[in-house]
Design a binder for this molecule. Structure first.
Ligand SMILES: Nc1nc2c(ncn2[C@@H]2O[C@H](COP(=O)(O)OP(=O)(O)OP(=O)(O)O)[C@@H](O)[C@H]2O)c(=O)[nH]1
Length: 223
């Protein structure tokens, strides 16, 4: 089309009614992602690894109440703004955590593969999530600290079995080495983006399948 033709086309296009199906939906607003799990499982370290690409080595300082960080991810060419809430795992802060569940769009529930009690407590966390979080909240189970192979007491298969029982996607992570950290947040961001701005004719995004495929592709920790 010549230049004149093109401007005529633009003029004509300007008169077309702007029906919703002809317009790209706006990008999703900021989504809240909450990290939950027992004290010491590595929630803060996972967030710092994701946000700053670093590992917090040294003495363990428990989170008091709640903390948050923002990060923008580009998913399929769309910017997804995540506000990530790092909750305190200690029992005495539980009422603070309860107050935040309702506004969370996604939850990353962590246990520590070197700490059996943190794994056994997952069922109690799921009961709490069921009670306080939104029914359609995006949920993923993470078995953290897989770099500590010599101290591992929870087998990957046990994590997989539990996740399957509750119908949630699962992967093992390491805030220390960075294994699957980016993937966990990207998977959540993809799901949230697809939920908020599904385009006509776009196939449904399947979080479970995506996680399975990507974890297998990383050559580690099948889900
Ligand atoms: N080896 C190893 N250690 C980790 C990993 N993630 C966290 N840690 C260590 O585990 C301890 C607890 O980590 P945090 O991130 O503070 O734990 P948390 O879940 O935020 O704890 P609370 O704030 O009390 O709820 C720290 O000493 C970390 O260095 C990991 O992936 N691998």
């Amino acid at each position: 089309m010549g230049l004149l033709g093109w401007s005529r086309y633009q003029l004509w296009w300007g008169f077309l009614p702007k029906t919703p199906c002809l317009m790209t939906p706006p990008p999703p607003p900021r989504s809240q992602v909450m990290l939950v799990g027992d004290s010491g499982v590595g929630k803060t370290c996972l967030l710092v690894r994701f946000k700053d690409g670093a590992f917090l080595a040294g003495s363990f300082i428990s989170t008091v109440g709640i903390d948050f960080r923002n990060k923008v991810l580009t998913v399929d060419g769309v910017k997804v703004k995540l506000q990530i809430w790092d909750t305190a795992g200690q029992e005495r802060f539980r009422s603070v955590t309860h107050a935040y569940y309702r506004d969370a769009h996604a939850l990353l529930l962590l246990y520590d593969v070197t700490n059996k009690a943190s794994f056994d407590n997952i069922q109690a966390w799921l009961t709490e999530i069921h009670e306080y979080a939104q029914q359609d909240v995006v949920l993923m189970l993470l078995g953290n600290k897989v770099d500590s192979a010599q101290d591992r007491v929870v087998k990957r298969e046990d994590g997989e079995k539990l996740a399957k029982e509750y119908g949630v996607p699962f992967m093992e992570t390491s805030a220390k080495s960075g294994l699957n950290v980016e993937l966990a947040f990207t998977a959540i961001a993809k799901e949230l983006k697809h939920r908020s701005m599904k385009l006509p004719n776009e196939p449904k995004f399947k979080l479970h399948d995506y996680v399975k495929k990507e974890v297998r592709g990383s050559g580690c920790c099948r889900s």
